[in-house]
Unconditional design. Structure first.
Length: 459
């Protein structure tokens, strides 16, 4: 049995399955690059402050790079006896360069070390997520620009409400994603902070320079309280919350795509690459990817709930419970990046069934508000107009027709203000195009919207 790093205090032999329970190496090994970067910055600072010699620093840094090379080449053996990424790396370092490797942990604890690794990790991943969001936004923008002529039913309560431009509908997701991106950028001010040098809990007696390691690791700020630094997990919670929200947005869009793709709606077709068949029913083409995104949003929300529960009862400062903060965020990062990528590909290759949409919007009552507004413009009070149109709709339902099918005399029997221009007024195209209020679905308003949207993603 290898001696533990804390072997001096202990006499009993370790039990392997207890070590296995205690260990985090099977999941925190993804942090190895961050761990080595943190250690190199720490060693550089220790030498600058003459806590170790320049020669010792050089040996440590060369040794750490060699450990990383071994890892990249698949030559590094991790062991549960060394518990986590920090001690596995330290053990490999000491094996390579001897006792001098033991000097690296001067003025440092695993408590500030793991906090540093996680800050570096979350920061990197948040930048990657922001990039994936922008790629999806670009795809949405393109889809909106290329389909400005498509009119579709707009829904409330999943009942046809008013016709809208497909571009307008899809652009709603662009703006959700923009706010998601803004949230991540805002979170970065709290993620981008260095806890290194906080020690186990209270700082250190060594004359360290925390601002130097902060700069070496390119953090914008530094924790001002060592106890806060080693026990803070707010930034992970916040990131998980932001991830959960992106996933909720993607889940809503997925749900819509699933509906649009149903035989009942048949508004769009997804490409073969982003659908699957059935092992039994030969006719099936299933929107599995959209369903999976919808399903996976449960995982990220689960991770958020789980870390909120994890932290809520913990006294300051570090408690081993905090080792449980990692798998949730690691999984959530993979999930959100994967989902954004899939959604982008799915939308890029989706085709709109224009003929179906055109027929659909001709055959419903989503122009009823327009008729009411028409009467209002002729001086009829809105309540009265609402009642007249309601009666006309009922008449149509009873006679199995739509408003466009009523003869002018029938209209005039209900209200004399209705004139021959009503048929143009009620056409879906007119209905949509007259809605040019700021943020409305009229073509002119949507064009303005697209222009403003484009400016938000210009790099
Ligand atoms: N593997 C530990 C974690 O992930 C690192 C910190 C351990 N610190 C300690 N005092 N046991 O939280």
């Amino acid at each position: 049995m290898t001696k533990k790093a804390w072997g001096g205090r202990f006499q009993g032999e370790a039990i392997e399955w207890v070590d296995a329970f205690n260990a985090s190496i099977h999941f925190d090994q993804v942090l190895i690059e961050k761990d080595v970067a943190g250690s190199i910055a720490h060693a550089t600072m220790l030498a600058a402050k003459e806590i170790i010699t320049e020669e010792e620093k050089k040996q440590i840094i060369d040794g750490l790079s060699a450990v990383l090379d071994d890892y990249d080449a698949g030559r590094l053996d991790f062991s549960v006896q060394h518990e986590d990424i920090h001690m596995n790396v330290e053990h490999a370092l000491i094996e390579k360069i001897g006792d001098v490797g033991g000097k690296l942990h001067t003025a440092r604890s695993r408590n500030d070390q793991i906090a540093t690794d996680m800050h570096l990790y979350v920061k990197e991943k948040v930048y990657e997520i922001i990039e994936s969001i922008e790629t999806l936004q670009e795809t949405i923008l393109e889809l909106a620009e290329n389909n400005l002529h498509c009119i579709m039913p707009g829904y409330t309560h999943l009942q046809r409400a008013q016709p809208v431009l497909f571009s307008h509908h899809i652009m709603a997701y662009f703006w959700m994603l923009k706010r998601d991106k803004d949230r991540f950028n805002d979170a970065l001010t709290r993620i981008d902070m260095s806890p290194l040098g906080a020690g186990a809990i209270s700082g250190t007696t060594f004359n360290i320079d925390r601002e130097m390691t902060q700069e070496l690791l390119q953090f914008s700020d530094v924790y001002q309280n060592s106890m806060d630094a080693v026990s803070d997990r707010d930034y992970i919670i916040e990131t998980l919350s932001d991830i959960s929200l992106v996933m909720v947005h993607l889940s809503r869009l997925s749900e819509e795509i699933i509906f649009w793709m149903s035989e009942e709606a048949n508004f769009v077709q997804l490409s073969d690459q982003f659908t699957t068949g059935s092992s039994m029913m030969p006719q099936k083409k299933n929107p599995d990817m959209a369903e999976l995104i919808r399903g996976k949003s449960a995982r990220t929300t689960g991770a958020l709930t789980s870390i909120l529960m994890l932290v809520k009862g913990l006294p300051l400062t570090y408690n081993k419970d905090l080792q449980e903060d990692k798998e949730g965020i690691f999984d959530a990062v993979t999930t959100v990046k994967g989902s954004l990528r899939i959604m982008t590909g799915m939308l890029e290759t989706m085709t709109i069934n224009e003929a179906v949409l055109e027929k659909t919007v001709q055959n419903d009552f989503s122009n009823a508000t327009e008729l009411a507004d028409y009467l209002v413009q002729k001086g009829v009070p809105f309540r009265k107009a609402h009642e007249v149109v309601g009666e006309l709709v009922l008449k149509c339902i009873n006679e199995d027709k739509y408003l466009k099918d009523l003869a002018l005399e029938e209209y005039q029997r209900h209200h004399e203000a209705i004139q021959g221009d009503i048929y143009t007024v009620l056409s879906p195209k007119t209905v949509v195009d007259r809605r040019n209020s700021l943020g409305g679905t009229g073509t002119e308003a949507v064009k303005k919207q697209l222009h403003i949207a484009k400016n938000t993603i210009k790099k």
